[in-house]
Design a binder for this molecule. Sequence first.
Ligand code: ADP
Ligand code: MG
Length: 317
Amino acid sequence: MGEFDLIAKYFERPRGRAVLGIGDDCAIVAPSPGMQLAISTDTLVEGRHFLSTVPPERLGHKALAVNLSDLAACGAAPLAFTLALALPRVDEAFLAGFSRGLFALADAHRIELVGGDTTAGPLNIGITVFGEVPPGQALLRSGARPGDALWVSGTLGDARLALEVFRGQRSLDGDAFDTVRRAMEQPQPRVALGEALRGLATSAADVSDGLLGDLGHILRRSRVGARLAAHDVPRSEILRAQPASVQLECTLAGGDDYELVFTAPAGADDAVRAAGRAAGVAVTRIGLMEAEPGLRVVDAEGGPVVPQWASFDHFKS
Ligand code: ADP
Ligand code: MG
């Protein structure tokens, strides 16, 4: 099977809202009148971002999910995406599963594959997503103010727990492992929550590299500090059954969570909870933004927790 047959069989589908989709030199997409484009790219490399054990269908899901998560963090509505694929060989079982997982999530978010590039090489998946947002309403990392409440969606830490089981550093029974493995391999991007937080959240980021690291981006860009209540960071029952130190590391420094960490004015708790309900995801208050720069992590008694882990950085460690 050649490159063009492969594209036609696995990636070309009837055109949706795009003006021009796959098959020409460019795709053409028209955002809704008056809207601004939000654009983000994420690349997944085998051995770095995913293990060779991941089922192709889940890999297709995750490749798009991590990109949709960036749109969610900006409060943007998904429009279209491109796919740059490097494949070691034409493996039809892989392509069938990968494209099935990819399009299942694409359809769930009504986002359309409009183009891409296909080449031979070590397995590498680059996706660029295009979304739209009303002018001036994108959620940024830079808008947090002292006195704002700090929030996070969903639960954190399961993906990291799964990774540790894969690495042989920890063990879980079958059902628990399946659950945390799904969190790692099939994260749900919080697109509806991001849109519901427009005009409400003062800043937002998605948790991809670990809560401490991603919150750190908000602190730096907003020039504020924060007090984070480590014991309030939401976690699953499965993670709760682990030793306290494991819970702490997985929730604060785990990464691969794809939840949203965001800030909102002190009086907006009810509105934030309503946004969470409307989006079908739990939201939890985990701290307070402060004028004093830096992050102060405290335990249930208010004593300091000294984090011993850095967040993930591809060019360190
Ligand atoms: P060009 O020669 O202009 O780079 P290609 O021959 O690489 O174009 O690709 C032909 C068409 O197929 C283009 O419209 C391109 O966007 C699309 N395409 C290529 N690879 C993919 C892919 N993996 N997924 C979706 N569309 C793709
Ligand atoms: Mg090309």
